[in-house]
Design a protein around this ligand. Structure first.
Ligand code: XBP
Ligand code: MG
Length: 232
């Protein structure tokens, strides 16, 4: 068995990026901004991890004349409010196989962890319904957008999780959906299972331990400690 299972959130535990996109656009409308992120544009913007960083990047490149820098925090807070409404109360289901894998790990007393760049309140909105009010108790370590350090593809959030767990990354498995998430886990030395979404299907996952359509195709019992690269 691996020493721990470390999960990304957005795109991995649940297919959330469309809800994030709608939340950003609702915040733009509330603020009277002439911005609209359609799916092709948002797919490109997802190369920037972190909603605030994504907003700042877009403002500086697409609308540099707009004095928006001082309003990014308030704009992102509005977006988070909309995301909580869109994702809360079970409106965003966990992806296929995720709950079964989490339950299987708990039954085997296998430590679970979260390594995400998303805003902390988004985790409660997403996980309270499927995992219950005590959802935090499912995870031995939770590192998120509020954890000090650089955002993915930097490995900082994975290093923070490994430090909290007190385990070696090579003995763990990470679960990701995107290039920058996979690169972050790989840089932390963690064999990674990738389950792409429509937003990340075109990404390059060369060197991932496994690439699957979904975690309903992943069998924990079939785990063998990876020596190098892909499983035997
Ligand atoms: C994906 C992200 C997040 C979300 C938006 O996080 O990069 O920024 O797109 O959420 P993950 P915020 O590491 O879970 O894939 O606006 O709260 O950042
Ligand atoms: Mg992700």
């Amino acid at each position: 068995m691996p020493a721990a299972l470390i999960f990304d959130v957005d795109g991995t535990l649940a297919d959330t990026e469309e809800a994030h996109r709608l939340a950003f656009n609702a915040a733009f409308r509330d603020a009277g901004l002439p911005w609209h992120w359609d799916r092709p544009l948002y797919t490109r913007l997802l190369a920037v991890a972190g909603g605030k960083e994504r907003l700042r990047h877009f403002a500086r490149t697409a609308d540099p004349a707009l004095p928006i820098d001082s309003r990014i925090d308030r704009l992102h807070a509005g977006k988070t409010h909309h995301y909580e409404r869109l994702a809360g109360a079970g409106r965003l289901p966990l992806r296929p196989g995720v709950l079964r894998l989490l339950q299987q790990a708990r039954a085997a007393r296998l430590p679970l962890a979260i390594a995400t760049t998303t805003t902390p309140v988004n985790l409660d909105a997403l996980l309270r319904a499927p995992l219950g009010d005590g959802w935090r108790d499912w995870f031995a370590a939770i590192c998120d957008g509020a954890t000090p350090g650089r955002k993915k593809p930097a490995p900082d959030v994975y290093h923070a999780v490994l430090h909290k767990l007190g385990v070696d990354g090579a003995a763990c498995l990470a679960f990701e959906d995107s290039e920058h998430g996979f690169w972050a886990a790989r840089a932390a030395g963690i064999p990674t299972v990738v389950t792409p979404t429509a937003y990340t299907a075109g990404h390059d996952f060369s060197g991932a331990w496994m690439v699957l359509d979904g975690l309903d195709r992943f069998d924990l019992a079939a785990y063998v400690p990876p020596t190098i690269g892909r499983p035997s």
